[in-house]
Design a binder for this molecule. Structure first.
Ligand SMILES: Nc1ncnc2c1ncn2[C@@H]1O[C@H](COP(=O)(O)OP(=O)(O)O)[C@@H](O)[C@H]1O
Ligand SMILES: [Mg+2]
Length: 575
């Protein structure tokens, strides 16, 4: 997993190596300073040798500036490396996300994808910066300072060696307690993101159902429980400071006591004693840092796992080896097709679809909600792959086409369709980037969108807000149809795409299809019989099976379901 993530370091290898090298130089300087200091005191001040004081003092200054410079430079490199690493991670994740098929997307929740791209990457970025800087600094500092203190005075250094494990043990106990709380807290952040996202997305529904109080309550629940955990975790972590101070002062006291005796007995100099104090600080500080890094790494491990999950997800629909690059015509053949969303074949969503549609035919599709209409048509542009059987378009198995080719030739207006923020023209050009103004107008005329677009003060340059919130449902549907028409597809699929359009306009759209794109195979899913009654054939889908196929008249005569739907709609119309 770590290896997988490190692949994304790429062009930031240089700063990633420079940062730890520079930090090591910084540590060397820092450990050198107390040594020089002790020399300055012993040979300069004690011996009243002013020249020596000046010489050592200057050297100390040089060391100090060098250490500052190394520190600043390593900080800069580490920032460069970690920010760049994070950028690459986000890039790689987003890149992989674009290859996902519908079923890949079904697997990850939207909110979880967003958390992975944002919070999780930030966690890993912080951890990375820590690893290349502090995780190098702390152990080197520990070892060097330990060695230096033994070099100065082994007896006193033993005191340090005794206190260090006690502090370590204390820190371990604290973190053992805090760690699970942190892990739990991060999971709750996920949950909170989910609540917020769902709420913002459905804010109109929330308002119309007056569910604000309920939503606030739901949010407060997560929010409060995050607070409780944060308090608990921070309270535990805050024990570190007193623990650290207690160790430092105990060490100082012991060293003063033992050191004073040694100094009196001339076994140690005053300078050496002062340097021991500095090493005490350095050693205990680095111990504390080591333990903090361990916690940080454990916390960010969850994030790293979640990132690599997204990076490693393989699209389950990919291009074939030698893809067919041309779709001959708009004929569609279903040969005993079975389909289910989950790999576990418990209950198929579509069962034994056997169907042959000629190029240029208009096919109506009727069926209750959840009967499998959307699933059926999504198989044609290979948005999902069949579980069993096969589908041919233009006489060739859809799995043998280049993905872009088949999807360009099979234009589909999805049931849950979206417009993107941008002008109407920009949205239409999704269908064909090179479409001329005339072509756009033509497509909009067929889709009965031209009249309302022209009525906007800015016409085709009207700005569509994110999610198309500033056009009505029916207008949005007509824009989506026009966008699909601009692809000049061989097969056009409308999944309940005129549900919000009035009956008269709907009839004109159907008429437009017959008139302007007679050669295109049209599959029209609808709730209203009037949307499909003029189709060449109508398919009745019930409970994942084809119940009947025939013309309006045939079905009205022979099919119970169709008759029932027709009667209920006629009654509704008469009332
Ligand atoms: N992405 C999906 N993952 C799992 N099950 C799904 C998914 N989409 C639809 N289904 C299920 O498949 C069945 C058929 O759905 P669908 O084809 O959307 O019906 P229709 O379009 O006729 O209303 C339903 O039982 C639905 O719950
Ligand atoms: Mg549907």
């Amino acid at each position: 997993m770590i290896k997988r993530l490190l692949k994304s370091v790429r062009e930031y290898k240089k700063p990633s190596i420079l940062a730890p090298v520079l930090v090591s130089c910084e540590v060397v300087m820092e450990v050198l300073m107390p040594l020089l200091m002790s020399k300055l005191i012993d040979k300069g001040i004690e011996a009243s040798n002013m020249n020596y004081v000046w010489a050592m003092g200057s050297l100390l200054l040089v060391c100090m500036f060098a250490s500052m410079a190394f520190g600043a430079l390593s900080g800069r490199e580490a920032a460069k490396a970690s920010a760049g690493f994070a950028k690459n991670l986000r890039h790689d994740m987003f890149h992989n996300l674009q290859t996902f098929s519908f079923s890949n997307i079904d697997k990850f929740k939207t909110s979880s994808i967003i958390t992975r791209l944002t919070t999780d990457v930030t966690n890993v970025q912080n951890a990375y910066q820590m690893v290349i800087r502090i995780a190098v600094r702390a152990p080197i500092m520990l070892i060097f300072a330990m060695c230096a203190s033994f070099y100065v005075n082994a007896k006193v250094a033993l005191i340090l060696l005794g206190i260090a494990p006690v502090l370590m043990l204390g820190l371990i106990i604290v973190f053992r307690y805090a760690h699970p709380i942190f892990v739990r807290m991060f999971k709750k952040f996920d949950l909170m993101n989910n609540v917020v996202q769902e709420n913002v997305r459905g804010i109109r529904v929330v308002k119309s159902f007056v569910r604000e109080d309920h939503e606030i309550e739901k949010f407060m629940d997560v929010n409060n429980s995050i607070r409780n955990d944060a308090v608990k975790a921070e309270r535990a972590i805050n024990c570190n400071a007193p623990l650290m101070m207690a160790s430092v002062y105990t060490a100082m006291l012991l060293i003063s006591w033992v050191g004073a005796k040694l100094v009196v007995n001339d076994e140690m100099t005053t300078g050496q004693l002062t340097s021991m104090f500095s090493y005490t600080m350095q050693i205990l500080m680095s111990l504390m840092m080591v333990s903090m890094i361990i916690v940080m790494l454990v916390i960010s491990r969850t994030s790293a796992e979640r990132i690599s999950e997204l990076l490693d997800e393989k699209p389950d629909i990919t291009n074939p080896e030698n893809p067919v690059m041309e779709v001959k015509d708009g004929s569609i053949d279903f040969d005993h097709v079975f389909f289910s969303y989950s790999k576990k074949k418990e209950k198929s969503c579509l069962m034994d679809f056997d169907l042959h549609i000629k190029s240029g035919e208009t096919i109506g599709i009727i069926g209750g909600t959840g009967s499998g209409k959307s699933s059926f048509v999504q198989l044609i542009p290979r948005l999902y792959d069949v579980t069993d059987g096969d589908i041919k378009v233009g006489g060739v198995d859809v799995k043998n086409y280049d993905l872009d080719v088949i999807r360009d030739n099979v234009a589909m207006v999805l049931q849950k369709n979206v417009l993107f923020s941008g002008t109407i023209k920009e949205n239409l050009r999704w269908g064909n980037p090179d479409a001329t103004d005339e072509e756009m107008q033509q497509a909009c005329k067929i889709a009965q969108a031209d009249s309302f677009i022209s009525a906007f003060p800015e016409g085709y340059d009207t700005y569509i807000e994110q999610g198309g919130t500033n056009v009505s449902g029916g207008q949005k549907q007509r824009l989506c149809i026009a966008r699909a028409l601009l692809k000049k597809p061989k097969i056009l699929i409308l999944d309940d795409s005129t549900s919000a359009v009035d009956t008269a306009t709907d009839a004109q759209i159907q008429k437009g299809f017959a008139e302007y794109i007679p050669g295109t195979t049209k599959l029209i899913i609808a709730q209203r019989i009037s949307s499909v009654e003029n189709a060449d054939r109508i398919i009745v889908i019930d409970n994942g099976k084809i119940n009947a196929v025939g013309t309006h008249e045939e079905l009205l005569r022979d099919n119970e379901i169709y008759k029932e739907v027709y009667e209920s709609q006629k009654k509704g119309g008469e009332e």
